[in-house]
Ligand binder design. Structure first.
Ligand SMILES: Nc1ncnc2c1ncn2[C@@H]1O[C@H](COP(=O)(O)OP(=O)(O)OP(=O)(O)O)[C@@H](O)[C@H]1O
Ligand SMILES: [Mg+2]
Length: 251
């Protein structure tokens, strides 16, 4: 197995709060790795520390052997990262198509401002169309983002990630707040990405989904890894059951 991303000794402190407290992780090429853990475990903070939203307090992140620790967020797409957010952040006044098109510009332009000023090539438009079909958004491509349901917005997030041809896709709770029907659609989409041998890190509270799509699962609790392994292994781990699955049962 070929190593894609490696995290070593990562710490992310907010004053006295140790949100990530010494975390190691290796993600292999073509792998779907799940990250689970109770609310506040540090999952989103982990993505933020990887993707340059925060500068880690300590530790090292490498992508294909190249150190990228602390690279600012706006450069992360160029480094090969694409990330979706727990809370959907579309450009609400633009159509679904234009939202994906705006994301497609990341390698060439600096962002949305330049998207409006530069003309895009037919190749880019073609690519956007392909991604729109792939993510099941063709039926709403011409609707404004503000006029579609959350299920479509989640798929839009994934489309915006895919159109950048990322080396690694980070998905932060793509099923949060969705109906069972929409969850099944996202599950199918992730399975499709997996078939294409994409490399994915998935944060998800939905355990059946995580167990179904992930090759390996890492369990975070209070900023530390408490377990890692195959879905079957993690499911039967005593510490995991206590820290996480037990908590889920209480809901
Ligand atoms: N910018 C910040 N400043 C201060 N504390 C923060 C900041 N971001 C996150 N935290 C804290 O870090 C801890 C981890 O939060 P984080 O959002 O990473 O958890 P999470 O595992 O993603 O939880 P959830 O499952 O609810 O999304 C929490 O205690 C949170 O309050
Ligand atoms: Mg979170």
């Amino acid at each position: 197995m070929e190593e894609l991303m490696k995290i070593e000794g990562l710490k992310m402190y907010f004053g006295g709060l140790k949100a990530i407290d010494g975390f190691d992780l290796t993600v292999n090429k073509g792998e779907t790795l799940g990250i689970i853990g109770p609310n506040g475990a540090g999952k989103t903070t982990l993505f933020n520390a990887i993707c340059g939203v925060y500068k880690p307090t300590a530790g090292k992140v490498t992508l294909e052997g190249k150190e990228i620790t602390g690279t600012p967020a706006y450069k992360m797409a160029k480094m090969g990262f694409a990330r979706t957010f727990q809370i959907s952040k579309p450009l609400r006044g633009l159509t679904i198509f234009d939202n994906v098109l705006a994301a497609a510009g990341v390698h060439d332009y600096t962002g949305i401002g330049s998207y409006f000023h530069k003309s895009h090539t037919p190749e880019v438009e073609q690519k956007v169309e392909e991604v729109i079909y792939e993510t099941g958004l063709a039926g709403v491509a011409n609707k404004k983002a503000s006029d579609v349901s959350l299920g479509y917005l989640r798929r839009l997030e994934i489309a915006r990630a895919l159109v950048t041809d990322p080396k690694l896709i980070l998905l932060d709770e793509p099923c949060a707040g969705l109906s069972n029907f929409a969850i099944n659609e996202i599950t199918d989409l992730i399975l499709h990405l997996k078939e294409q041998k994409r490399s994915i890190v998935l944060i998800e509270h939905n355990l059946p989904l995580t167990m179904k799509v992930c090759d390996r699962i890492t369990v975070l609790s209070y900023g530390k890894k408490i377990c890692e392994g195959t879905p079957e292994y993690v499911k039967n781990d005593k510490q995991v059951i206590e820290a996480y699955l037990g908590e889920e049962d209480k809901d």
